[in-house]
Design a protein around this ligand. Sequence first.
Ligand SMILES: Nc1ncnc2c1ncn2[C@@H]1O[C@H](COP(=O)(O)OP(=O)(O)O)[C@@H](O)[C@H]1O
Ligand SMILES: [Mg+2]
Length: 585
Amino acid sequence: MSTVKKLMTGLERKYRVATVLAPVTIMGEVFLEVLIPLIMARIIDVGIPNHDAKYVTLVGLLMIGASLLSLSCGVVSGCLAATASQGFSHNLRRRLFSKVQDFSFFNVDKFSTASLVTRLTTDVTNAQNTYAMIIRMCFRAPFMFISAIVMAVYMNARLSLIFLVAIPCVAIPAALIMTKAHPRFEAMMKKFDKLNASVQENLIGIRAVKAFVREDHESEKFRQAADDVRSAQVKAEKLVILNMPILMLVMYMSIIVMMWFGGNQIIAGDMQTGELISFITYLTQILSSLMMISMIFVMLVISRASIQRICEVLDEPLDLTDSGDSALKPSDGSVVFKNVSFSYDKRMETAVLRDVSLSIKSGQVVGIIGGTGSSKTTLVSMIPRLYDVLSGSVEVGGHDVRDYGLKPLREDVAMVLQKNVLFSGTIRENLRWGDVNASDAEIEAACRAACAHDFIMSFPEGYDTELGQGGVNVSGGQKQRLCIARALLKKPKIIIFDDSTSAVDTATDAKIREALRTSLPETTKIIIAQRIASVKDADVIFVMDEGRVVDSGTHDQLIETSAIYREVYESQLKGSGDMDRPESD
Ligand SMILES: Nc1ncnc2c1ncn2[C@@H]1O[C@H](COP(=O)(O)OP(=O)(O)O)[C@@H](O)[C@H]1O
Ligand SMILES: [Mg+2]
């Protein structure tokens, strides 16, 4: 029950009304459907033997009227159910999407992007179909079942005894089949997840796939995933389709038995022909509504897995609680790490940051240098609170980051990510992510500082150039420069560049650095870099190795005191080395 409530939360009133009205109209439809055989029996048993043409016409018209009315009830209930279920899935999708927007990176990693996509699409569609079916069938089937039995017993109680055998003959196998099918459908949904993951990974990495001529391998991987889905589906459906032949068998057997006993009753004068015909109609109505009930269970089984997966997203506790003071703003750009440890799976044994303590004064230019995998990105992710520390604390502007609301904190801490993402829209629109009210002059100034102005102007449309999805139509280096400009426009108190100029040539890199020195002079600038040249002039440089800050100081101090730093510096002077020390050392 709580699941139903959870799924229905936020459903608009008009959809709730449609949800309630649909079963009402369905009851009307069923009532008429059950009434029609009774009317028909009157024609056969009264009208025809008496050769009463007027009676036959009158009752016949009544029958047509009842059918038309039943038809309109059916149409109206169909429309209502469709409206209600569309509203239901629309509401559910919106809620899921907004929940996912609140997810931290930890939450997203936990589900995987592919699985979230399936949950918001296929799973919601399953739930929607179930919803439509429940409001139609869940009332239709039991109501029809009961009223047809009532009518049949009313007509001929003795002959109705056949139902005592026929109903269990259909119901018991159906129940058994359903219980066995459930786990199989659950397994099928898992395979679907894998299929989606395969498609998604391939499409995100399509350039790499082509560059390495891995199409065949990828096709094979996809085929495997698709095969798995197919066989899981066949395995589940194989059971469910047994239902239909069983129903048919029981139905025809019952009809034969009914003909036999009913025929004898007619000969003995205890029953009339029309009654027997109507009786058979009731039998089909009773058994097919039983079948409908079992189909409802199939749908429930299929959608139970989906609904569970939807609820998992709705129930997922947000990893980063935004419980800080939304009015509190960082007073300056100082950063202090106090004994910070962090792990991506929240276990101390797998910590990728170990007992890091450091202090950055507001307005300083800070360099961070270290080999790939030395946790540079992880370290700076703690500052805008993309992840929460496992132990210790991170302070920005004199307060623990957890004391701020996420919005004010992230407004003042801009991060140019290692993997930059632009969105479809014009360049100008993308830059305005930094500041929606930025004037054209401000935008241009930021782009000049990021060395992006010239290449933007080289496009025929200039700042109004449309970017493709993810910014496909600009080069890696251009994308990086746009992202830098976007971050500069935010005028944050702290700006973090995570290897943001890796795809830019050395000369441009130097120009950007020069421009950064003069723009936003109050802002703390944290620069992660592979090239020592990029951080050489920093006020302080931190050297990272295996999740620890191993050395710190200015360039000149580090040349004196840090073996790692000196080694990298010398290898880069020779023009070949980078932060990854050769294995042979
Ligand atoms: N989202 C993630 N989930 C789990 N482990 C991660 C994640 N991101 C990074 N790591 C791990 O954390 C360590 C540090 O990674 P990272 O901070 O990206 O290093 P760097 O930026 O210095 O190259 C690596 O061992 C990496 O495997
Ligand atoms: Mg990194």
